[in-house]
Design a protein around this ligand. Sequence first.
Ligand code: HEM
Length: 211
Amino acid sequence: MANVSASVADVLGTSTFLIFVMMLVVTPVRTITGWRWHLILRRDYGIAMFFTAATDITLAATTTGDTFPGSVLTRVGGHTFLLAGTLSTLLLVPLVITANRPAQQWLGRHWKSVQRLTYVVWGTVLIHLFLLFGLTTIFLFALAVSAPLAFMRIPPVRRWWDSARRAGRHRALRAVCTVVMVAVFAAGFVPLVQELAAKGSAAFVQQPVLD
Ligand code: HEM
């Protein structure tokens, strides 16, 4: 069990974050391409993220006693970075509970406000990573993937892009912006996937990479 606890935060934390990123990619892809067929993925990724984070916190609460000695509360909240991870996971509960049509109908116009919690989670996850890594590696990768996804959500940018796309205007400018954004995104996404591939396969065979 010691091996599982040493590797769980690395593997499930990175998995949760990557699924979160895939969820956040859905809306900008619609703005850029106009596609709608993939919108359903937003909910699927959200639910997958919740279950991965729930497994992460369950294992953190039960198996990390060697790293964070003390009670369950120490293991999920004994450090500010643990609290930020726990808060991010708890905030996913209202999101996942309301990620269905009956809840959407019941909440009416308030549904959107509940779904906006996603942005709060985005913030608390970045705080979790900043507290863990400072201005290095994983935090910087997380910033790189976040930057284009946040940029495309700035209301004037989104409106400009939507109308330019519909009118077929500014094609070259949009193409250049897309290439730059994909490059910045990949600069963060690729190392995160590599990290997961290295640590995930090591954890699978119960020989975690201890750094
Ligand atoms: C939405 C929920 C969460 C996300 C997106 C998330 C994301 C991450 C990521 C990306 C890492 C870096 C992994 C690596 O080093 O390769 C990480 C590390 C870590 N997370 Fe989380 N996390 C979440 C929830 C939690 C929770 C609930 C806990 C425990 C209570 C936790 C504890 C940790 C610890 C201890 C590390 C450091 C692992 C290490 O490098 O040794 N996280 N998290």
